[in-house]
Write a protein that binds this ligand. Structure first.
Ligand SMILES: [Zn+2]
Length: 495
């Protein structure tokens, strides 16, 4: 009897092992096979000099002052006119909200759905006290050691200038896109996009413009950031997380600290502490689903070692993999709506029980989790009707998930694989907010990607110190947009 049982278990283990092995080694690559294309020849030094000059304009945007650094924006606009004469001859240029720029490149086929390339002109300020940590002065636009240095070189003047370089080159050869191509360069992306992106979306709605797809800033070509893959991995952001901040308020009778209430959790601070502990404890569930699942199943066949075995067999190992991925902040954020306690305020005297305590909690919403659902979840988790919860201004719901198997996605993937046959392409989730979040109503698909190459040491440069892009990589950006525009023009747009 026991022998039979062992034989049965042995057979089961064997079947499982065979299934795991089969799934692991038979799973075929999901990368599209295309013939390599010779990238267009780019005068990288001259282009780098134009980007460096753009970096020198201190186009720092302000939440409340539309005129902040106005002369810097005007200076940048003049620089664009001088650098890209063909663009300004062939494309129509309109101001949006004064400093925003919308260019329209009329397509040959009026029936083809237009597309749009986005970037932003504004940059984040330099964190006070860190100016001295820069290897090159933050707005010097120095070209040194093969890099273009300075605030905006990567985020996002690199995108803006390389798009214009590509259009300039194409327009100079007489190329005309099949579908109309819009270029939009916002002036206030870093402070919410109210005067730029939101206005251009309004304009598109008024004009009845419906876009096939948009490519905006976002994810990049990662190098050495995906465990188990040595090759560069281009992650195309097919969705963007939402943003919600809530304020919690706890009220309790104020009093003298010599006679506090005898029970725990009766004071304003005690109640708030419990509430915050519960919010952290009862977070939204984390799971490999949606975009994270698409990403891992696309990457699994390209991996080696145990990563490949585990990710190729999520039917068996999902719980184990999920537990592992939750341990790192970056992969945890891909799998759930995150909960971050950011501000706490209560009390102002050491011997007084305050009458109220206030706290601010910031959530980043996974596609599928609405801000209402998160507020409801918070009410349940806190389980104390004495604590009020109020949404703060600036809520942005998670974006729709754009298709990762239709023609628009394939156009981007094809472009990358033609130019860089070694690059693995996969859909990804953008954790931060971009201007493109406003375009959901006017575009069928929104992709957040530029072929900026970033390794583990580069991530801190984004909005940080020593922002830069290499001259060679910058040339690749120009070649990417040059090829993308041609590929988009050649392919039939989706209905
Ligand atoms: Zn940006």
């Amino acid at each position: 009897m026991l022998r039979k049982l062992f034989a049965l278990i042995g057979a089961l283990v064997l079947v499982l092992a065979l299934a795991v092995a089969g799934n692991t080694w038979l799973a075929s690559s999901k990368q599209i096979a295309v013939a390599p294309v010779k990238p267009v020849a780019v005068n990288a030094e001259a282009a780098a000099a134009r980007l460096a000059a753009a970096v020198r304009f201190k186009t720092v945007s302000s939440t409340d002052d539309a005129e902040a650094n106005g002369t810097e924006f005007v200076g940048l606009h003049e620089h664009l006119k001088a650098s890209f004469p063909k663009v300004h001859e062939v494309l129509k240029r309109e101001a949006v909200g004064k400093y925003g720029l919308l260019y329209t490149w009329a397509g040959g086929d009026p029936k083809a759905k237009p597309i749009a390339l986005l970037a932003h002109q504004d940059v984040v300020p330099i964190a006070p006290g860190t100016e001295g940590d820069w290897q090159q002065k933050p707005f010097s636009g120095a070209i040194e050691g093969g890099f273009i240095w300075g605030r905006g070189a990567w985020d996002n003047k690199g995108n803006l200038m390389s798009i214009l370089e590509a259009v300039e080159m194409l327009a100079a050869t007489g190329f005309r896109p099949r579908q109309t191509v819009y270029l939009f360069f916002g002036q206030d992306e870093e402070v919410g996009g109210v005067r730029g992106a939101q206005q251009v979306v309004k304009l598109f709605k008024e004009r009845g413009v419906k876009l096939d797809f948009i490519v905006d800033e976002g994810l990049v070509i990662t190098q050495g950031l995906v465990p188990g893959i040595e090759a560069p991995v281009a992650l195309i952001g097919v969705a963007e997380k939402g943003y919600l901040t809530v304020q919690l308020n706890a009220k309790a009778p104020p009093g003298h600290s010599s006679m506090p209430p005898p029970e725990a959790g009766q004071t304003a601070i005690g109640m708030m502490s419990l509430a915050l502990a519960r919010l952290e404890d009862k977070q939204m569930p984390a799971a490999i689903r949606g975009v994270a699942e698409q990403m891992f199943t696309t990457l699994a066949p390209e991996m080696h070692g145990v990563n490949r075995i585990f990710l190729s067999n999520l039917w068996l190992f999902k719980p184990v993999v999920e537990r592992q991925l939750q341990k790192a902040a970056s992969t945890n954020a891909m799998m759930r709506t995150t909960t971050a306690l950011t501000i706490v305020q209560a009390g102002n005297a050491e011997n007084v029980l305050p009458g109220r305590a206030q706290a601010t909690v910031n959530f980043r919403l996974l596609p599928g989790d609405s801000s209402d659902a998160i507020v409801e979840h918070s009410v349940q988790a806190i389980a104390n009707p004495a604590i009020t919860i109020a949404k703060q201004p600036g809520v942005s719901e998670a974006s729709k998930v754009s298709s990762s198997d239709g023609a628009p996605y394939e156009t981007i993937a094809r472009t990358l694989r033609q130019l860089h046959p070694d690059v693995i392409v996969a859909p990804g989730l953008m954790l931060a907010a971009t201007d493109s979040r406003f375009f959901g109503d006017v575009a069928d698909n929104v992709y957040r990607f530029a072929p900026v190459r970033a390794g583990p040491a580069d991530l801190a440069r984004f909005h940080g110190t020593n922002e830069r892009i290499s001259v060679a990589n910058y040339a690749e950006l120009i070649q990417f947009y040059h090829q993308l525009l041609q590929n988009a023009s050649a392919l039939p747009t989706s209905p």
